[in-house]
Design a protein around this ligand. Structure first.
Ligand SMILES: Cc1cc2nc3c(=O)[nH]c(=O)nc-3n(C[C@H](O)[C@H](O)[C@H](O)COP(=O)(O)OP(=O)(O)OC[C@H]3O[C@@H](n4cnc5c(N)ncnc54)[C@H](O)[C@@H]3O)c2cc1C
Length: 410
């Protein structure tokens, strides 16, 4: 008996396409391979598919963005992303979901299902998998892939193994391991000849040793923030800033966290900070003048910021306000510096920066340059986009293409 025949413990399969990982990318790969007429087996280590899709967008699933192009992704992935979107980009993703019956709307460019339920997105995908008779193997934790006699052998920790003519690896990155992806597939890819760009948590809250964070924990303001590495601005964003007992969070912080996380985790940099403009709606001179007028009117130090920042800030920042020096107060609000000591890590990171080096992947087909018949898609690759639907967009696009190519591989 051939190795392939021994390995395939599932009956009724004949040289299938095997997709590993039942997240956004893997599901799309299984659907596109299935639509090409192939026999498809989708292996998922968890007892259900798409757990991250369900968690995405705070349960609303921001599945795409109106402005979709490679400029929203890490520079090293530019060509790969451009090539993928020219084949399966915004128009194709929208048509794909509409054809499945999912209606969407745009909220300032961010695209959501009209139901505002990520479960609607997952449901239409699962219905399509069923319609195409894709075989889903749950609780199938892949531990290794080998190639022998024209077949890939995909083995799991349960001892069960499968044989197939081509394989799509769509195992995700390292973020939110409770939802299934813990980075263990990097090792599998490495054994197959791939290089890994060190993965670091991205879109992640930051740790800051600062009394203000502690005192203001739970308070949220709209701010403009800059990430500084060795005194140089490496990222900036406007949006919510949430003070927490460990440091800083909120959408603006998530947006600038990637570059800081890379500096900490890849380059061991220690001179890191966030500079916060707590009153971005007013320029510094105007703010100074306004505070000066309040001081002249005899307003108490702790009330000097009423109407500019939430009431609690007056008491929390009293040390800065006590001098009643308008210039230094304006500076402390417009350029407040928080020393960053780390990130909250993988359990709180929305996605991964780093992963399988895209230099080892064919741009057109997403096929491995090291092993033909092997394809990659989604967050496992060193491709990361901005928040706002870009990471799911990449997962849908790369998943669809990898599935089609894997099906065409004979
Ligand atoms: C809380 C949260 C909210 C987010 N919100 C958004 C959003 O609104 N919009 C957006 O664009 N992006 C969002 N993201 C990011 C986005 O969800 C991911 O980038 C995207 O889902 C990645 O898809 P993927 O299929 O590549 O990986 P995953 O979704 O991680 O799927 C990988 C799958 O592979 C399985 N797996 C892993 N290893 C193995 C193995 N060895 N054997 C078998 N199976 C395996 C995992 O269990 C998992 O099901 C969010 C992320 C998080 C954590």
């Amino acid at each position: 008996m051939s190795i392939a025949a021994q390995a395939n413990t599932l009956e009724g399969h004949n040289n299938p396409v095997i997709v590993i990982g039942g997240g956004a990318a893997g599901i799309l790969a299984a659907i596109s391979a299935g639509r090409s007429g192939s026999d498809v087996i989708l292996c998922e280590r968890m007892n259900r598919l798409g757990r991250k899709v369900l968690a995405s967008g705070n349960g609303r699933c921001n599945l795409l963005n109106d402005r979709l192009d490679s400029s929203f992704y890490n520079p090293s992935s530019k060509h790969l992303v451009e090539t993928a979107f020219s084949r399966f980009g915004k128009r194709e993703i929208l048509d794909f979901f509409l054809e499945l019956g999912l209606h969407v709307y745009s909220d300032g460019g961010r695209i959501f299902p009209v139901t505002n339920q990520s479960s609607s997105v997952l449901k239409v995908l699962e219905m399509e998998l069923k319609r195409l008779s894709v075989c889903v193997e749950y609780n199938f934790n892949v531990t290794g892939i080998t190639y022998a006699n024209g077949s890939f052998i995909v083995s799991s920790d349960s001892g069960k193994s499968l044989a197939g003519r081509s394989v799509v690896i769509a195992c995700g990155g390292k973020s939110y391991p409770a939802l299934g992806s813990d980075g263990s597939a990097y090792k599998i890819a490495k054994n197959l000849g791939h290089t890994i760009v060190e993965p670091v948590p991205a879109a992640v809250p930051l740790l800051a040793k600062n009394e203000t964070c502690h005192v203001l924990q739970g308070q949220k303001i709209c701010a403009h923030v800059k990430g500084l590495v060795d005194g140089k601005t490496v990222s900036e964003a406007s949006g919510d800033l949430l003070f927490t007992k460990y440091g800083l969070s909120g959408t603006a912080i998530l947006d600038i966290s990637r570059e800081l996380s890379v500096a900490i985790n890849r380059h061991n940099t220690t001179d890191l900070a966030v500079r916060v403009d707590m009153a971005p709606f007013i320029n510094r001179d105007e703010l100074e003048t306004e505070i000066s007028e309040r001081v002249k009117k005899g307003v108490a130090a702790e009330d000097l910021l009423i109407g500019i920042l939430p009431n609690k800030f007056g008491m929390a920042l009293k040390k800065d306000l006590i001098s009643k020096d308008p210039a230094s107060i304006a500076e402390s609000l417009k350029e407040r510096r928080f020393k960053v000591t780390g990130t909250r890590g993988w359990n709180e990171a929305d996605f991964t920066a780093g992963g399988i080096d895209v230099k080892g992947i064919c741009e057109k087909s997403l096929e491995s340059k090291a092993r033909s018949g092997l394809f990659f898609s989604g967050e496992i690759l060193d491709v990361d986009g901005k928040r706002g639907g870009y990471n799911l967009a990449w997962a849908w696009s790369s998943g669809f293409i990898a599935g089609q190519e894997a099906a065409a591989y004979a």
